[in-house]
Design a protein around this ligand. Structure first.
Ligand code: FE2
Ligand code: FE2
Length: 284
């Protein structure tokens, strides 16, 4: 009998550690003494990342009226939470940014998709007024497809098989993965567990394509599920073939259709700037 996915992952020795800067930021944010100075100190330890933050801070996305030359200035202009989110996003890109070398799978586009889902998830969290933590939703959005980066990097042969199956069946990639037996949601959840992130974070990664299976975490997973659909609809970064036509608004989310339309409109407006700023920060 071939090994199960869980057995394959347990034997897999190439699981990357959590990027150090991201680890420090998440740890610091858990402490009550977290403030701008402590965030600055963490960023200062990673000059490449610091340079990228400044590049972002000076991008049209944030519309700074004067040149931002220091991290403390960036925090003043962008705000503490925004810089913290940028640090997490950029440190993930640094660690997982290598091009996949697989046709139709630009790592850069995959990251743009993740940034789009992160931003949209944050907007949904704010709009729903359901007590979701917008920053937590941002990080969940960033991580939701992390399993895809692992598959691109370390399971290339399998990915070729999955892509072939996708074309044969004319189905979304996630469906082809399920059928093949290598789901990015499961791979991602395994990684998030290894990184010892929260139970909610793991649920969001595991169930972002089927929030109804998430038990008490269903509403949270539904935030990511909806954000993911909206970004595919808007062709934000990478998108998969043969996606369903409409956008499904999960019942577990206290959102009206009009609110979703408003979020989609807002995302459409900032799409070009967001894509450009992140592309630049990623060095392309
Ligand atoms: Fe996904
Ligand atoms: Fe996605």
């Amino acid at each position: 009998m071939p090994p199960s996915l869980k057995e394959r992952l347990e034997q897999f020795k190439d699981l990357p550690p959590m990027p150090n800067t991201m680890h420090m930021v998440l740890k610091e944010m858990d402490s009550i003494s977290a403030n701008s100075k402590s965030l600055e100190k963490i960023i200062a330890q990673d000059p490449v990342l610091a340079a990228k933050i400044l590049k972002m801070a000076n991008s049209p996305l944030y519309g700074a009226t004067s040149k931002v030359n220091t991290i403390s200035h960036a925090i003043t202009i962008l705000g503490f939470d925004e810089v913290k989110n940028l640090v997490i996003g950029l440190s993930l890109v640094q660690a997982f940014g290598d091009e996949s070398g697989i046709e139709g799978f630009s790592t850069k586009d995959l990251w743009l998709h993740s940034m789009g889902v992160a931003t949209t998830s944050m907007m949904i969290a704010k709009s729903s007024g359901n007590g979701f933590d917008p920053d937590e939703c941002f990080t969940m959005g960033l991580l939701h497809d992390i399993g895809r980066f692992i598959i691109c990097r370390s399971f290339k042969k399998d990915l070729e098989g999955i892509l072939k199956l996708q074309d044969e069946k004319k189905c979304p990639l996630a469906v082809a993965e399920e059928e093949y037996g290598l789901s990015h949601s499961e791979v991602g959840a395994f990684l998030v567990q290894k990184w010892q992130l929260s139970q909610e974070m793991m649920s969001a990664v595991r169930y972002h394509h089927r929030p109804k299976s998430a038990g008490e975490d269903e509403p949270l997973c539904a935030v990511i599920y909806l954000a993911d659909q909206l970004c595919h609809k808007l062709s934000f970064g990478w998108t998969t073939k043969w996606i369903p036509k409409g956008v499904i608004l999960p019942k577990s989310l206290p959102l009206k259709k009009e609110q979703v339309q408003e979020i989609a409109k807002e995302m459409k407006k900032t799409k070009d700037e967001l894509e450009e700023s992140w592309s630049q920060a990623m060095g392309g």
